[in-house]
Design a protein around this ligand. Structure first.
Ligand code: PPS
Length: 308
């Protein structure tokens, strides 16, 4: 029986006994955590309000960073308001299905009135149609494949609800083949790129955010039709720096108990850098990866950068 008096954290701790490394099941050919596949009908049926904003990413591409920027922009840079709850509560994760009594993304969304900010990792073809029918604003953040892979590998090590990553060498191949949660990175970044103009998607790059965070914060601000004072924008840039977010318990995912997110294996806020891939790939792995990348990305010209 669900105990409504439990806080979110208590609920997670209590449910932790039923958290284990989920397997992946396919939804329309895309591997995804089995509980999500099992609840796919209700996720697909979700209908947003036209005022809702979607932040879409491939896992580990800069979701949490963008969520924090957006929340601060929407609250005029008020740091205290943006510490009202952990990221996952402020900005529900549309498709996530946790064991009861932890609220699923859909349950959390039901308890919130629009306009809401919603997170998803779904590839574009699996985003519920209502987002497009209502012409919702969508921010997509993409990160270069090699750094994205490295970040995902370490996340899969620490997140005890994700499938075991296995050894690094094997993981590189799994990533290339798209045998990881939410499927192929290549298909994901290409899918949103293709429709970015037609569907008014703001397509951002993690590397641009690192290179010039103020420029990208302002870009998001304009997309949201906001106009904040210069000093407020400066404050938002500072509050969303890696260092500040790493120390912010409402943004660094330390609220999730160790049995689920084991930060002693690898911190959620790990390094936040561009180019860390060079510390992981051997020369041979890098060459093999680049050759495959050229094939998989031959049909598009998305300006990814692996260094800045
Ligand atoms: S998730 O689980 O998919 O929501 O993860 P996501 O937030 O997309 O990605 C986590 C990576 O983003 C880094 N990060 C940041 N980098 C720079 N600046 C800021 N403010 C920031 N916030 C999060 C985080 O450290 C993860 O990257 P790695 O490379 O693993 O450090």
């Amino acid at each position: 029986m669900e105990d409504k008096s439990l806080s979110y954290e208590e609920a997670i701790t209590r449910a932790a006994g039923s958290i284990y490394r989920f397997t992946l099941s396919e939804v329309q050919g895309v591997p995804i955590m089995t509980p999500i596949a099992q609840n796919w009908r209700s996720i697909w049926a979700f209908c947003p309000d036209a005022s809702d904003l979607l932040i879409a990413t491939y896992p580990k591409a800069g979701t949490t960073w963008t969520q924090e920027i957006v929340d601060l922009l929407l609250h005029d840079g008020n740091a205290e308001v943006c510490k009202r709850a952990p990221t996952a509560i402020r900005i529900p994760f549309l498709e996530i299905q946790s064991p009861p009594p932890i609220p699923s993304g859909l349950d959390l969304l039901k308890s919130m009135k629009p306009p809401r900010v919603i997170k998803t990792h779904l590839p574009i073809q699996l985003v519920p149609k209502g987002f497009w029918e209502h012409k919702c604003k969508v921010i997509y953040v993409a990160r270069n494949a090699k750094d994205n892979l490295v970040s995902y590998y370490h996340f899969d090590r620490m997140n005890q609800s994700q499938p075991e990553p296995g050894p690094w060498e094997e993981y590189v191949h799994k990533f290339i083949k798209g045998n990881v949660g939410w499927g192929s990175w290549y298909d994901h970044v290409k899918g949103y790129w293709k429709y970015r103009e037609e569907r008014n998607i703001l397509y951002l790059f993690f590397e641009d955010m690192k290179e010039n965070p103020r420029r990208e914060v302002e870009r998001i601000m304009r997309y949201l039709d906001l106009s904040l004072a210069d000093d407020v924008i400066d404050k938002i840039v500072q509050l969303t720096s890696f260092k500040v977010m790493k120390d912010n318990p409402m943004a660094n995912y330390t609220f999730i108990p160790k049995v689920v997110f084991d930060h002693s294996i690898s911190a959620f806020m790990r390094k936040g850098e561009v180019g860390d891939w060079a510390n992981h790939f051997t020369a041979a792995q890098s060459q093999m990866f680049d050759e495959d990348y050229a094939k998989q990305m031959a049909d598009v010209d998305i300006p990814f950068r692996t260094t800045i």
